[in-house]
Design a protein around this ligand. Structure first.
Ligand SMILES: [Zn+2]
Ligand SMILES: [Zn+2]
Length: 587
């Protein structure tokens, strides 16, 4: 197998391999927004053609419905049930099917042929109406946003009937705002990877590239991304750009800079390599700069250059040529990233033997205990910890005292039905404002596993929060510190506390820390993993699953662990069931 073959489907541990059949599918099929935007365009062009308002609105509504349905639209197409959705009639349904399966619509093609190419963009300018567009076209020949801007600047628009200086000014502002680069945004790692997959499908499926590989911060598994860097392996760069220009989720292309802006507000950065240079290309696309610089220096020490070493098309061969083992991407850029002792025996997904931190319908989960246990079994796990919320978490329907027994009985029942997976009776107990745990001590000690987490009063000041957490972590029972700093990526900052002090308390009493794989959390933040390891605190990689699909986030948690250099023996849920139970027993 060549390096490029192996890199197809990104070689990224958090993405399932690309389905070979999916390679033939147009990108329309992987993005309902493509269909929605096309329907919206039909509506605008019908309106411009003077079609009746009823028909126009039907397409507008269709666009919104498709957006709301999201990926479910494909299931409805498959089962031929589109027209069962209120607001989707036969005609609209056939357009949706065409767009979703072929990426084309005859209605749209016909309309596009009748109107200037800039018409739709012009219609999307705030304050623009079909009436105004007609007037601008007839009097001034305006058919695009650029022409409108020019006409406004030259103050030709104000002279038209029904416009005036005020309207002209507003239109000019709207045009300029539309041209401004959107404020830089970030997306979750998971969402960036999903985008990468769509782009891969379009480029590899469309035949313009032989492979598309995730590079940059996404390959290094940083928790959020400001840009998505991809290595495109191709001999035809021009063809790739032609394809990128037609991608529905690309809003602007800056070819000279090898960048495009994605509709999600982040930049797409493309690196190119021929198949023979794919290894070097991937190394450079992955970065970060300090790591690449260290490799260059090492090459020079050996009287060579990185570029001349790249005789083989494999990234690992470059490291071999420098007398280094392969440096895992998620460790590149850390100060000792060329020291192999840092990444021997690094945790791998296949080392994990049990799912920790699972919710069920007893609190705010969507699946039953049996469904969760069967899903764990199907995914090859040996055990699962059922840890529903405690009563203080009202919003999450915490399990009241009198229902705990009921849940334990059900666990015993399900255990007989699913003997292959050991089901542990656990709780995710709230850390109350004063640092006490929810549930009386006598009950806490009877659980198989206790996760202790903060779910309220995240904004306590540093002193109060430190006192609260050191007290909770100092309690004598064995507890796992759940989603430690309580951050929600891109929306809620970590709690303010003296983290080393809390880690000291946890190390001195008995406890572990979870690495929460929820893509919105990825908490403990990786910079705190080493300080925790230095104190000898054990870890669990947990899924915090609220559904059976929620179990699939595990690889994200493992990558987070690897970023902190975590080794297999430091992670409790690599142990077999009996040993794991022994290690996490609360009493
Ligand atoms: Zn929680
Ligand atoms: Zn939870």
């Amino acid at each position: 197998m060549s390096a490029v073959d192996r890199y197809t489907a990104h070689g990224h541990p958090c993405i399932a391999p690309l389905d070979p059949h999916a390679a033939l599918v147009s990108e329309a099929q992987s993005d309902p927004r493509y269909v929605a935007r096309a329907l919206e365009e039909i509506a605008i062009l019908l309106d411009l053609s003077g079609e009746n308002a009823f028909k126009v609105r039907a397409y507008e509504r269709g666009a919104r419905l498709v957006e709301d349905l999201d990926d479910r639209v494909f299931a409805l197409i498959e089962s031929d049930e589109l027209t069962a959705v209120e607001g989707i009639g036969e005609k609209l349904a056939s357009q949706i099917v065409d767009l979703a399966t072929t990426g084309k619509s005859q209605v749209l093609d016909r309309l596009r042929a009748q109107h200037p190419p800039g018409a739709v963009e012009l219609a999307r300018i705030p304050g623009m109406t079909i009436k105004r567009m007609r007037a601008l076209h007839e009097a001034l020949g305006v058919t695009s946003v650029g022409e409108l801007r020019q006409a406004c600047v030259e103050q030709r628009v104000r002279a038209l009937k029904g416009f005036g200086p005020k309207t002209e000014e507003r239109l000019l502002k709207a045009v300029e705002r539309a041209a401004e680069p959107a404020a830089p945004q970030r997306v979750l790692l998971r969402d960036g990877l999903a985008l990468a997959r769509r782009i891969e499908t379009a480029l590899v499926g469309g035949g313009s590239a032989s492979a598309v590989v995730v590079g940059g911060a996404a390959r290094r598994c940083e928790e959020t991304l400001g840009e998505l860097e991809l290595l495109v392996v191709t001999r035809d760069v021009e063809r790739v750009w032609q394809r990128v220009l037609r991608m529905p989720w690309v809003s602007r292309v800056e070819r000279e800079a090898s960048r495009a802006r994605l509709s999600q507000g982040i930049a797409l950065v493309l690196h190119f390599a021929t198949p023979e240079q794919a290894g070097l290309g991937l190394l450079l696309a992955t970065g970060p700069q300090p790591h690449v610089e260290r490799l260059r220096a090492r090459a020079r020490e050996r009287g060579a250059e990185l570029e001349t070493l790249a005789r083989e098309n494999e990234e690992a061969a470059l490291y071999r040529a420098l007398d280094l083992p392969f440096v895992p991407p998620e460790l590149r850029g850390s100060p000792n990233d060329l020291d192999p002792s840092g990444y021997g025996d690094l945790l791998r997904v296949e080392d994990i033997r049990g799912f920790v931190h699972c919710h069920t319908v007893y609190s705010d989960g969507r699946a039953t205990i049996e469904e969760m246990a069967r899903a764990a079994e199907a995914l090859g796990m040996l055990y699962i910890t059922i840890t529903d919320h405690s009563p203080s978490a009202h919003y999450a329907r915490g399990v009241a005292l009198d229902r705990v027994k009921e849940q334990w009985d059900e666990i015993a029942r399900v255990q007989e039905l699913v003997p292959g997976v050991r089901i542990l009776r656990g709780t995710e107990s709230d850390i109350l404002a004063d640092g006490a745990l929810d549930y009386p001590d006598e009950l806490l000690e009877r659980f198989d596993v206790v996760i202790a987490s903060i779910h309220a009063r995240h904004k306590q000041d540093r002193a109060a929060m430190t006192a609260r957490l050191t007290r909770a972590m100092g309690l004598p029972i064995f507890k796992i510190w759940g989603h430690a700093l309580g951050r929600i990526l891109l929306s809620r900052d970590p709690v303010d506390c003296d983290v080393p002090a809390v880690l000291d308390a946890l190390a001195a009493s008995r406890g572990a820390i979870e690495l929460n794989a929820d893509p919105h959390r990825l908490d403990l933040p990786p910079e705190w993993i080493r300080p925790a390891r230095e104190r000898g605190i054990p870890f669990v990689v947990s899924v915090d699953a609220h559904s059976t699909e929620g179990l699939e986030v595990l690889p994200l948690g493992v990558q987070l662990a690897r970023r902190g250099g975590l080794k297999r023996h430091e992670v409790l849920n690599t142990l077999p069931a009996a040993e794991f139970m022994q290690r996490v027993r609360p009493h």
